[in-house]
Structures are given as C-alpha cells and as structure tokens.
Design a protein around this ligand. Structure first.
Ligand SMILES: [Zn+2]
Length: 417
C-alpha cells in the first residue's frame, strides 16, 4: 500500500535524485501502419496480441493509422509478419526512451511546487486545487479514493447566480500515461476559475452552466507512470500474481464485455476487469456521473489521435440523437482548428473499425442519461504519441479550451438554454 507517512523532505530528496521513471525503453520503436481494410485492422490487433505488444493507437476510421510500440528483440520478425500481410510499416518513433528523457522536467525544479506549464505530480495538483477554494467561484470536493488511498478531487466552478443550472463535467487521466489530458484539464480549470484574459465568453457561459472538472481520475496509475513506468496505462490493483491493473476505460458497467475491445487477461493493457465496475476508481466515477441530474455534457479526455467522438463504443449502432452529438462535436473541432490549425476528426466511437465496450462515455450516456457524452483524444497524431514534450502543454490547453468554449456556447443555442 501507499504510505502517507514519508516525511516531505525525503520525498523531495527521492524525486530530485531520480532521473525519471525507472523502467527503460531503450531502442523501443513505434511503428505506424496504414491498414487498407477492416480485416487488416483485425489482423494487426491479432499480431500485436501474439507478440504482446503495446498498441498506442487503433484506427477509428478508414485511412487512419495503427500505431504500436515494439521492443528491439521483436521488431524484425514483427515487421516481417506485417509485410506478409502486404502492409508497409514506418518507424515513426525510433527510440521511445530518447523521447522520455527529452520530455523530463528540469531536475532542479522542486517536485512539490505546482506549475501550470509543466507536468505536475498528483500531490501538487491536489494542493493547487485546494488553493483555489479561496476563489469565491470555486469549491473543491473529494470524489472518492483510489485503490492505494489517494484522494480523487474535483472542482465545481460557478458564478453562484441562480440555481438548477445545467452542468458540464470534464475529466482527465483515466489512462495513466496520458499526461497531456491532465495538464489540459488543469489549464481549463485555471481559465474558468481565474479568467486571466477577461474573456467575456467565460462570463457568459458561467451565466448558463455550472462546470465540474477532475484532472486525475486514476491517480495511482498516474503516479506510477511518473515514478516507475512512463508507459503505464491502467490502475494499480494487483489482479493476479505478476499482473497488475485494470483498464478503467473498459471497466464501466454499461454493456461491459471483455470480448469487445477489452481483455479477460490481467496481463494485457486493455484488461477489462474481473467483472463490470470491479475497480474502486470506476465505482467512484460512476457514482459521480449518475449522482448529478444537472449534467448535460461530459468530456472524458485522453490522448492521442485528435478525435472528438461520441457513443456508442460498444456497438456500431448509432444513438437515436447522434445528429445532436455530431453537430456540437463539429462546433468544437472548428474552434480547435482556428486556434493552432490542429485538425480533429468528429464521429461515432466505432464507425466502425474498432469497438471497445465498458467506456466512461457510454456509461455516462447510457446509464446516467448525460446526453452530450464524448471521448476527446487530444493532439497529436503520433509524432510524440504518449510522450509529448512540455512545450505541448500550452497549445494543447489553448486549442482544447477554445473547442470547449465553442461547444458550450453552441450547446446554449442548440438546446435553447
Ligand atoms: Zn486513453
């Protein structure tokens, strides 16, 4: 178990003496492959499972790439197998460890101090959230606790005028290694709470909605990705001897099914859990999502691939109101493109290359009735993948927040709020 009793001074010492996560990825490459058919996608997934590889990105649509991390011992035979399918892989990232080393924060920075332009630890994020409670618009709350006992916090941001307003909720970090999702939610919190550039849109939106944000909903995994394994994705519950962690975004109790884009095997990256909502973090988030009848929109923020996608993830059948979800997703994508030129693809989760049951977005819509429920995959399209440099933090925050504001503004008009 995680011990809270370590004196702060030695924590600083430990962090400063570590060059980064201890597990190394020297010589690991990320191959990018463009499948020609849906059958190719299934073949690539099957091959990756045969070699026990870490799939970074499954294509969501046709003409979309499949990215997979391969260790140096397996790369020759894996490439041979891919070429025998008539496909040509490119070595998109040549050395994952090099990217990890380049993206490390400066060693002189105290790990305990919060910096909105850096990738922060869970403790300093919670300290930062607590500090916002002096702002009359912000209240800080505990959503629940993780398996290892960490506090999962969220903030509510409201102008405190009127009651019963519709609410929008966004969270990040359900997948541990997706640090840019965490930094982006923190960026949005700072903008909504402090409105540093006196943006009138923010004031107008606070007149219509209450906003809820949770930057780190899988804190055990997040901290493990910082200290031990930069590529960690799941939570940290030991499931079976030698294999730890459940993919929380396959564990939600709405059409949960490991055979549908997940896995029964606890050693796999997409292990769906032993049963629906087997994980404490999943239960915490489910209770939160269904516990507020004012929620009209939910953004479950991930990296990477640049998608703004809506349910269902468990089936290619579209929800009856998919046109509404599509319309608002396009409003967001347009605003994102106008910020830094980043192109997001809008569409349904599985249309129809890769289904995945047990996702948070399906649960919010299907079980809790949150109409506008999305999975948002932030930048990029694979140049850095899961290991973005800290120079991505500001532009990713800016473009995503522009999309968020446009989405919420259009929601006011579209729903006559
Ligand atoms: Zn993810």
């Amino acid at each position: 178990m995680w011990t809270k009793a370590v004196p702060a001074i030695s924590l600083i010492g430990i962090v400063l003496s570590l060059p980064g996560p201890t597990k190394r990825y020297d010589g690991h490459s990320v191959l990018q492959i463009l499948p020609k058919t849906i059958e190719n996608v299934h073949q690539l997934i099957a091959l990756s499972q045969k070699y026990h590889l870490d799939i970074w990105k499954s294509p969501r649509f046709l003409n979309d790439t499949f990215d997979v991390r391969v260790d140096p011992e397996q790369v020759i035979s894996f490439v041979h197998d891919i070429e025998s399918l008539g496909l040509k892989p490119t070595h998109w990232i040549k050395d994952v460890q090099k990217l990890i080393d380049e993206a490390l924060p400066g060693r002189s920075r105290r790990a305990t101090s919060f910096n909105i332009g850096a990738f922060n630890g869970h403790n300093s994020i919670n300290t930062y959230l607590d500090s916002l409670s002096t702002n009359s618009r912000v209240s800080v709350h505990t959503m629940g606790h993780s398996y290892e006992g960490r506090t999962i916090k969220y903030v509510k941001i409201s102008n405190n005028v009127g009651s019963g307003k519709k609410a929008i909720y966004a969270d990040g970090g359900i997948h541990a290694r997706e640090w840019l999702a965490v930094s982006t939610v923190l960026y949005m919190i700072d903008q909504m709470a402090n409105n540093p550039s006196n943006d009138r849109t923010i004031e107008a939106l606070l007149g219509k909605f209450d906003f809820y944000f949770a930057p780190v909903v899988n804190p055990d995994g997040y901290e493990y990705s910082r200290s031990h394994d930069r590529m960690w994705r799941k939570n940290r519950r030991p499931v079976q001897h030698g294999c730890t962690g459940v993919d929380l975004n396959r564990n939600f109790a709405y059409h949960w099914n490991p055979d549908n884009g997940g896995s029964h095997n606890p050693c796999e990256e997409v292990h769906s859990g032993t049963h629906a909502a087997s994980e404490v973090e999943t239960k915490v988030l489910q209770n939160f999502l269904c516990g507020n009848s004012n929620f009209i929109a939910y953004l479950n923020i991930h990296t990477y691939g640049q998608y703004w996608i809506y349910p269902w993830g468990y089936t290619p059948v579209l929800p009856a109101d998919y046109r509404d979800l599509d319309h608002l997703g396009r409003a967001a994508a347009t605003a994102i493109r106008h910020t830094h030129g980043t192109t997001f693809t809008v569409g349904e989760d599985t249309r129809v290359l890769y289904a995945a049951a047990g996702g948070a977005d399906d649960y919010a819509k299907g079980a809790c009735g949150v109409k506008y429920s999305y999975t948002v995959e932030l930048r990029d399209t694979g140049r850095y993948g899961f290991v973005p440099p800290s120079s991505y933090i500001a532009p990713a925050g800016e473009e995503t927040f522009a999309g968020f504001k446009a989405f919420a503004t259009e929601l006011v008009h579209y729903e006559h709020l």
